[in-house]
Design a protein around this ligand. Structure first.
Ligand code: PHE
Length: 515
């Protein structure tokens, strides 16, 4: 503690022994700096110390202006004018009085002296000013009200015995007194007041414990409110940063996030609901990780949806001829690590279908997205891993068209700074039409594939019970591809997995991505 503070602290604690103080008068009476006094009060009050209690009060201070000080010295202008008019019946000619003793204060003094009836003006060809007799006592300097208020203001910053109305006149009309707002702290002895600050114990040792138990020392109280220091540790992995960027783009476009917590998924939701035939090569163990334990899932939808999916695969419906094979529920039950987040979209669409069916309200467009991990049984190389992240967006709405899909995708990618896009027709079992999305990469100087998209087929939406005039547009991309492009990484193993380059974590792709 600085010498200054120590001095203030001991003076304050001593003063509080007798009575409370207010910080302003305490500081000015003893010549202390007010800020130091306030600091000391607060520190003697702070958590667990409790040597001082205080409350904060806003108050106003009055002081004399230049003109006010003049009044204090010479009397109010009206008193000066009155003084300058000689006693007796004759008085003085107005013209002479004006150049007389009152000088510069004449105008103001004359006005008020007239109002107070201290002087009288005799009009005529040569007007004269006369004293009004019988008021001599009231012009005595002691009865010069304005001067005596000035004297009280000079004596105290909070003068007592001056009516608010008078003060108002002196402040606003006559500008003799000025007002400043001040904050003061009214301090009293707290529950643990003492002449000398007692340091609460912060260590836990046998000695301290004994002293605490004997009531000689007390422990410092724990401050649960404190925020603690900010540690500069760790940082978001580039993938997580880019993921957050994509999330905020989706949220900004009004998309709701879907729950992606099912890394283990049934073949039913990952493939069958997406009208992916059971003989499809992607359903082979070469492309998909199958689970050994538990090998199959326990529950599949029991509300007829399963039967409708089976029927769509076997014989089709609503204009489709299906795949014409015997659909096997056992195959659909097989557990896998999901190969794409479209499994998440499929579950969500089936839920939306239930909502459409049970609601009387007209159907409103819904937008969903997800960002999470998917798994593929691929051989690992510099651009492929057996697990990666997928970003997926979908919009379900009335009479959506391919134009809506193109527009939405363009808007989405523009938000992350990718404006040069091209679309190429492709095939997905669950979308028709389907398009691959390419973007021009200025760094590489070529077009690179960044995503896949399409309009979900009626063979997928029909069994869910989604009405014919409601369409669903969707697109998906990997999180790793744009992150690698952004960081100029050409080996995915530097970005993801146990060989990740920790230096990457220090860099900040967020600003660059959204710049
Ligand atoms: N599921 C596709 C993939 O894994 C992406 C996609 C999503 C395509 C939605 C069309 C519609 O690449």
């Amino acid at each position: 503690m600085s010498k200054d503070k120590a001095e203030v602290e001991s003076a304050l604690l001593r003063a509080l022994q007798d009575a409370g103080i207010d910080s302003q008068s305490f500081a000015s009476d003893r010549g202390f700096d007010h800020d130091v006094v306030v600091n000391v009060i607060k520190s003697l009050h702070s958590t667990g110390v409790d040597m001082v209690d205080y409350s904060e009060e806003a108050s106003v201070h009055y002081s004399l202006t230049e003109a006010g000080r003049e009044v204090l010295e010479r009397g109010s202008p009206e008193a000066q004018v009155r003084e300058s008019v000689p006693e007796g019946e004759d008085g003085v000619a107005l013209a002479d009085a004006k150049v007389g003793a009152a000088g510069a204060v004449w105008d103001e003094g004359f006005k008020f002296a007239m109002q107070l009836k201290w002087i009288r003006l005799e009009k005529g060809a040569a007007p004269r000013v006369r004293r009004v007799e019988g008021v001599a006592a009231s012009v005595d300097p002691i009865r010069d009200l304005v001067r005596s208020v000035a004297a009280s203001v000079e004596a105290s910053t909070e003068p007592a015995g001056v009516s608010d109305k008078d003060m108002d006149v002196l402040v606003k009309k006559r500008k003799l007194v000025q007002v400043t707002k001040v904050r003061k702290y009214v301090a009293t002895a707290g529950p643990r007041w003492a002449l000398v600050r007692q340091k609460p114990a912060t260590d836990l040792s046998a000695d301290v414990l004994e002293a605490v138990l004997a009531g000689e020392v007390r422990f410092k109280e724990y401050n649960f409110e404190t925020l603690g220091g900010v540690f500069k540790v760790g940082g978001l992995h580039p993938l997580l940063k880019v993921r957050d960027d994509f999330k905020s783009v989706f949220l900004g476009m009004g998309f709701e996030e879907m729950a992606t917590n099912k890394w283990v998924e049934s073949s039913f939701w990952n493939f069958d609901t997406l009208f992916q035939p059971q003989q499809h090569p992607a359903r082979d163990a070469h492309d998909t990780f199958f689970l050994e334990r538990p090998e199959t899932c326990r529950s599949l939808p029991a509300d007829g949806y399963l039967a409708r999916v089976k029927e769509m695969h076997e014989v089709g419906g609503a204009g489709s001829i299906g795949y014409r094979y015997d659909w096997s529920e056992d195959e659909a039950r097989k557990n896998i690590l999901r190969t794409h987040t479209t499994a998440v979209s499929s579950r969500m669409l089936n839920r939306v279908a239930r909502e459409i069916q049970s609601s009387m309200a007209p159907f409103k467009t819904r937008r969903f997205f997800s960002v999470d991990r998917v798994f593929r049984n691929e051989s690992v190389d510099r651009t492929h891993l057996a697990e990666f992240h997928q970003i997926e967006g979908l919009v379900i709405g009335m009479r959506l068209t391919l134009g809506d899909l193109l527009g939405t995708i363009r808007e989405f990618f523009a938000k992350i700074g990718l404006r040069q896009l091209r679309f190429k027709p492709t095939f997905n079992p669950y979308t028709e039409p389907s398009m691959e999305i390419f973007c021009f990469h200025p760094g590489l100087g070529k077009w690179v594939e960044i995503g896949n998209s399409g309009m979900f087929r009626p063979e997928m939406l029909g069994p869910m019970g989604i009405p014919k005039d409601v369409q669903c547009i969707a697109w998906g991309l990997s999180l790793e591809r744009p992150t690698m492009i952004l960081h100029g990484i050409n080996n995915i193993r530097d970005l993801f997995g146990h060989k990740v380059d920790l230096n990457l974590i220090e860099t900040n792709p967020v600003s660059r991505l959204l710049a």
